[in-house]
Design a protein around this ligand. Structure first.
Ligand code: PMP
Length: 390
């Protein structure tokens, strides 16, 4: 008799397979499994139970611009931003929920492009730009369906024109830099992707108050599989159009996932705000400790190898931690300095380390992006292997 599969007893899948010393280590995606260890330690704080009869309706809050937004999720999003101080949520900001922030990114492109630019219409598609190196999904997602509404127009620094959507990712994926919009024109609009603007990755130096800001549980708490992101949107009409996109795309967003995300965010805030909370349940303290440790391991490994360079460490005063803190990006933007290596990703692939080539970010293939958020076992093997490369 074969052993029964774990899923037959209701156990979920576990994601990427476990690794051993000679495994291929896949650090191509930013899969945030590092955080599993933290959440294993939080007991029932982030647990939910959903009876069979609940979350059945399509609707959540018919009076809200975003009619499929769970009020409890809205509440916990605002509460967490007030606690961390990384983004403004008062003064009329709308909270919109999406299936990951990826769906909200698409919703923003739809909402910000002029409706006249349809197939057969006279207007040109809206140009979508971002400063290189830019997140590789931006061009891929923008041009996937070859929309008549918008099209990828490359590096913001070399863009000529007045009408555009500029994607501003800060801290930036892939290189961790702090960014501001580089284009300024009355008819240009910026979308701020603040997926990594959390204290485990960077000092919180100001309360961001841009027109459209995107966030995700994938990077804030590590719950990428829950597929929940949110947008903070100032303008009601833009919020309505973005909501319309999600209505036509997926008729709303999983309520079960929203309830889970709300409980996870609540657990994060509770650990800082409730008097009885335990210190080891503070997510951002844990995340910062972990990232500092990993970055120091990586810098040591690069130094031991001698053929790699990494971005300089920067720091600033963190208003959340009330102390000076260094940036510890979720990705390492690694350069191979060996003269004979043109393509760092294939060089590393030859040593069973999978990364994403700089060429996918509009940059030199001497660079690769390496995820810093994998599980300890994979990360440890990665740094050991890297240190041994000459
Ligand atoms: N923006 C950035 C900059 C990201 O790195 C990612 C995830 N890699 C996303 C958005 C998408 O996140 P989500 O899982 O919420 O779709």
């Amino acid at each position: 008799e074969p052993l029964p599969k774990a899923w037959a007893a209701g156990a979920p899948s576990t994601g990427k397979p476990a690794v051993t010393a000679d495994s291929v280590i896949n650090l191509d995606h930013g899969d945030p499994t590092m955080f599993e260890e933290f959440w294993r330690g939080t007991g029932s704080a982030a647990e939910i139970v959903i009876p069979g009869w609940q979350t059945m309706s399509y609707f959540s809050d018919v009076g809200n611009v975003c009619w499929f937004l769970e009020p409890g999720f809205d509440h916990e999003v605002r509460r967490l931003h007030r606690l961390v101080g990384n983004a403004a949520v008062d003064d009329g900001y709308h909270v919109l929920v999406g299936t990951g922030s990826t769906q909200l990114f698409m919703a923003a492109l739809y909402a910000l492009s002029p409706p006249a630019a349809t197939a057969g219409g006279s207007a040109e598609p809206m140009s979508v730009v971002s400063t290189a190196p830019y997140y590789s999904s931006y061009p891929a997602v923008t041009d996937f369906l070859q929309s008549g509404l918008f099209r990828w127009a490359g590096d913001a620094n070399s863009f000529k024109g007045n009408t555009y959507i500029e994607l501003v990712c800060s801290p930036n994926n892939p290189d961790g830099t702090i960014r501001e919009a580089v284009l300024s024109s009355k008819s240009g609009i910026a979308v701020h992707d603040l997926a990594y603007y959390w204290p485990q990755y960077t000092p919180i130096t100001k309360r961001a108050d841009h027109d459209i800001m995107l966030f995700t549980v994938s990077k804030s708490t590590g719950h990428a599989g829950t597929r929940i992101g949110w947008a903070l949107v100032k303008d009601r009409d833009v919020a309505k159009k973005m909501t319309k996109f999600i209505e036509l795309n997926t008729i709303g967003v999983s309520k079960d996932s929203q309830l889970r995300a709300a409980k996870v965010l609540k657990a994060v805030s509770d650990a800082y705000e409730l008097p009885e909370a335990r210190e080891e349940h503070r997510l951002f303290d844990y995340g910062r400790r972990k990232m500092i440790e990993r970055w120091s391991m990586l810098r040591e490994a690069a130094a031991a190898s001698g053929i790699f360079s990494l971005p300089e460490e920067t720091s600033g005063y963190c208003n959340f931690a009330n102390e000076t803190a260094a940036t510890n990006p979720a990705f390492a933007w690694l350069r191979c300095d060996r003269e004979d290596v043109e393509d760092c990703a294939s060089f590393l692939r030859g040593h069973k380390i999978l990364t994403r080539s700089g060429s996918q970010f509009g940059a030199d293939p001497k660079y690769v992006r390496v995820s810093m958020l994998d599980r300890d076992d994979a990360y440890d093997i990665f740094v050991k292997r890297l240190a041994s490369l000459k």
